[in-house]
Ligand binder design. Structure first.
Ligand code: PFF
Length: 460
């Protein structure tokens, strides 16, 4: 079907772009620290289970919805369920989530840029843990530095999206993703020779049952949505640029595998360093920004080099994810309002940039000084909470329910099998079972725990 719409140049281009969306701060910053907080081993196993049994089936569903309609999220639901249908709200939820998440994601990416530059000036060498902790504090509370990086990062993101699907998003992901994978592998090889390697492997892979709190199960599940970029219409939008010949199932499985591979590699890079230098694996969100620089600063020139590479990788990973979030809002305006890509990118990118300013200055507390008092969280944390804990799981839930229960079964099956040689329908049946029953139930559990309706910790 020739729609005049942009399409990926190749299947590998799509896989790298979708993997670029999935692989981001969630893999390199968040996954290692939540693994550390939840005691490693069992948490990792449960996370792998969530990715395979819940995340991947929803990922297939999102790509399939996009590919079948050749439209981004809101328009895809209009096409499938009708212009007046409430399912369009799922699309809007995604556009809203993209808008919100990108506005503060850009601020964290800005910290990574700042750390890259600090690494280049060998800032961390010889600094004590307190000094490094204080440095992060200074950065967090400095409105102008955060604003500067937020501006630079949003300009880069807009620059990629404006160039289009093939010449912008695909081209940059084809460069950044192999670079990221290659360098990460090298870093992991370096880690093998550290004295803490064995302890780290044991920590990440050996199931220490006593360390897992049941709420960790829900954290693993919630993170599997964030890390695969689900529930926000990203994969619907990226799927909409796929041609009908591409095997959706195989591509989705590759994206999940790459995303999981990088998350595990991030642990295998980080924990050997942490254990070799006697630091605490459960240091929490500060693991990347407060613990790693201490260690980099302790190992001289190699540390400086590793530190530059590491933080630059974090910036790349964040950029390819940010691009996918901006593409959701941009594609919505192109598809629904008929705007040109240039106009849609500038306007949404500009609006997200402005919306991110209170997050960039949240630490300095200058723009909404009373916000924290009202909501108990600063501007940045409030929106992170809203988007990651509510909008993404809800989006994922509705996608699973729509694709599992309401989508035309003939279309669903044809799309699932389109582009594949495979004829065994058992795989389709298994996928459908997970989509219809397991995924919705799991998401309802996450939401119930987060609302406080149930407290799974008390059940066991
Ligand atoms: N998957 C990205 C990460 O792990 O950092 C974050 C993300 C990107 C979430 C795109 C949602 C999204 F639509």
């Amino acid at each position: 079907m020739k729609t005049g719409r942009e399409q990926w140049g190749s299947r590998i281009g799509f896989i790298l772009a979708a993997a670029g969306s999935a692989i981001g701060l969630g893999n390199i910053w968040k996954f290692p620290y939540i693994t550390g907080e939840n005691g490693g081993g069992v948490f990792v196993l449960i996370y792998l289970g969530c990715i395979a049994l819940i995340g991947t089936p929803i990922l297939i569903a999102e790509i399939l919805i996009g590919r079948s309609t050749q439209k981004s999220s809101v328009s895809a639901f209009s096409d499938l369920a009708g212009k007046e249908s409430n399912w369009r709200m799922v699309g809007f939820l995604g556009v809203g989530a993209g808008f919100i998440i990108l506005s503060y994601y850009s601020v964290v990416a800005g910290w990574a840029m700042n750390y890259t530059f600090m690494s280049i000036t060998n800032f961390f060498e010889g600094k004590s843990a307190e000094q490094i902790g204080a440095t992060f504090g200074t950065l967090f509370t400095s409105a102008d530095i955060n604003l500067l990086w937020h501006t630079v990062f949003m300009v880069m993101t807009i620059g990629v999206v404006i160039a289009g699907v093939k010449r912008g998003i695909e081209k940059w992901n084809k460069i950044l993703m192999p670079l990221l994978l290659g360098i990460f592998l090298l870093l992991a090889i370096f880690s093998i020779f550290l004295p803490g390697w064995k302890a780290a492997v044991n920590f990440v892979f050996y199931p220490h049952l006593d360390k897992l709190k049941p709420s960790g199960v829900l954290e693993a599940l919630g993170h599997s949505f964030f890390t695969l970029s689900l529930g926000m219409g990203t994969m619907i939008t990226y799927g909409s640029y796929l041609n009908k010949k591409t095997n959706v199932v195989k591509s989705a499985v590759m994206v999940s595998a790459l995303d999981t591979g990088i998350a595990l590699l991030a642990c295998l890079v980080m924990f050997p360093i942490v254990f070799s230098f006697g630091h605490d694996p459960s240091a929490g969100p500060g693991l990347v920004f407060k613990t790693l620089p201490i260690i980099f600063g302790e190992i001289g020139n190699i540390g400086m080099l590793l530190s530059i590479i590491f933080f630059a990788l974090l910036v790349f990973a964040a950029l390819s994810s940010a691009v996918s979030m901006l593409e959701v809002t941009t594609a919505y305006l192109i598809d629904e309002k008929g705007w040109s890509r240039k106009k849609a990118t500038y306007i949404t990118g500009g609006a997200i940039y402005l919306f991110g300013i209170p997050s960039a200055t949240a630490g300095a507390n200058t723009i909404f000084p009373d916000w924290a008092g009202m909501y108990g969280k600063n501007f940045f944390d409030s929106f992170d909470y809203l988007a990651s804990n509510w909008m993404l799981p809800l989006g994922g839930l509705f996608v699973a329910i729509y694709a599992g229960w309401f989508m035309d079964p003939m279309l669903r099956q044809a799309e699932f099998k389109g582009g594949t040689k495979f004829t065994q329908s058992w795989f389709y049946s298994v996928w459908l079972f997970f989509l219809k029953f397991i995924a919705p139930l799991a998401v309802i559990l996450i939401i119930a725990q987060r609302v406080g309706v149930i407290d799974i910790d008390k059940w066991i």
